[in-house]
Design a protein around this ligand. Structure first.
Ligand code: NAD
Ligand code: ZN
Length: 258
């Protein structure tokens, strides 16, 4: 398998996009693995951006959410404040290119993002694995019942009790995975199966520093897949990859997918 690494090969940006395009055209079962970087062009900051949207508060671990009414109320106060700060978001050129790639091949999107933008770009549920859940709705921790955020918001005020499930009275939580909360078993199994059986593993917009998710590229490569990384900054797996593009995702993927 040919290796084309920007630092080692010195090849130009246009040549690397052409090579990426050839890899994507040849792929029969691609996996696109995305992180926060695929959504920055939609106006959602990633972890590293200035402003520190995500670092302003100490994260509330899952066991605190379970044990403390105040932690639950604080979770909901922050959730609504963060959603208001970010505002309405739409999929960008990167999400749309990924959706086209998946639609024309037997592909799967595995995402660490919780913003729902791959689904909004048209990736169907059976081709989408959301490893860290989805922040666009709430779910009951006891019965799994889904509730829409507008409805939860309508009955929650800053000084009122934390919202409870309308069906069973259980604890209602944004449908995302908190620190200390077990990774969703079904999503992990699906991501692993996709990584094992893919022929191309494309990382887009992830710093590849969060495990267990960051183990998937290495698993895919051990099982014979080509590994391609498109990210603005270097990642710890760049040296393993068959092709690395340090580029903006929207323009690079729009050019490579066509
Ligand atoms: P990260 O913030 O650690 O890394 C994002 C990477 O994307 C960085 O290396 C950055 O250089 C790169 N990047 C940013 N914008 C880019 C662009 N336009 N083009 C190319 N590269 C770009 O994010 P991560 O690896 O996803 O891990 C952080 C965790 O944060 C994840 O678990 C995720 O659940 C969560 N998170 C999610 C969202 C979201 O849902 N949109 C936003 C922030 C954090
Ligand atoms: Zn319930």
């Amino acid at each position: 398998m040919s290796r084309l690494h920007p630092q080692r090969s010195g090849s130009g940006r246009a040549q690397r996009v052409t090579t990426l395009r050839a890899h994507l055209d040849a792929a029969r079962r691609p996996v696109v693995f995305t992180g926060a970087g695929v959504s920055t062009e939609s106006g959602i900051p990633d972890f590293r951006s200035p402003g520190g949207l995500w670092t302003r508060y100490r994260p509330i671990p899952f066991d605190e959410f379970l044990s403390s009414e105040e932690a639950r109320r604080e979770t909901w106060r922050r959730k609504f404040a963060l959603d208001a700060a970010i505002g309405t978001v739409e999929p960008n050129a990167g999400h749309h290119a990924i959706a086209r790639l998946v639609a024309r091949s037997d592909g799967t999107v595995v995402t660490q993002n919780i913003d729902g933008l791959h689904a909004a770009a048209g990736v169907p549920p059976e081709r989408l694995v959301e490893l860290h859940g989805n922040g666009t709705y709430a779910a009951c921790l006891d019965c799994g019942q889904r509730e829409e955020l507008v409805e939860v918001r309508a009955r929650f005020e800053d000084d009122s009790p934390a919202p409870r499930c309308l069906a069973c009275g259980g604890l209602l939580k944004p449908a995302t995975i908190s620190f200390g909360q077990p990774m969703p078993a079904a999503a992990m199994r699906r991501a692993e199966a996709a990584a094992i059986s893919c022929d191309l593993f494309l990382v887009a917009g992830s710093s590849l520093q969060v495990y267990p998710a960051a183990g998937f590229p290495q698993l895919a490569q051990r099982r014979g897949a080509r590994l391609v990384i498109v990210n603005r900054e270097p990642t710890p797996l760049d040296d393993l990859a068959d092709l690395v593009l340090h580029a903006e995702i929207g323009s690079a993927l729009a050019a490579a997918v066509g």
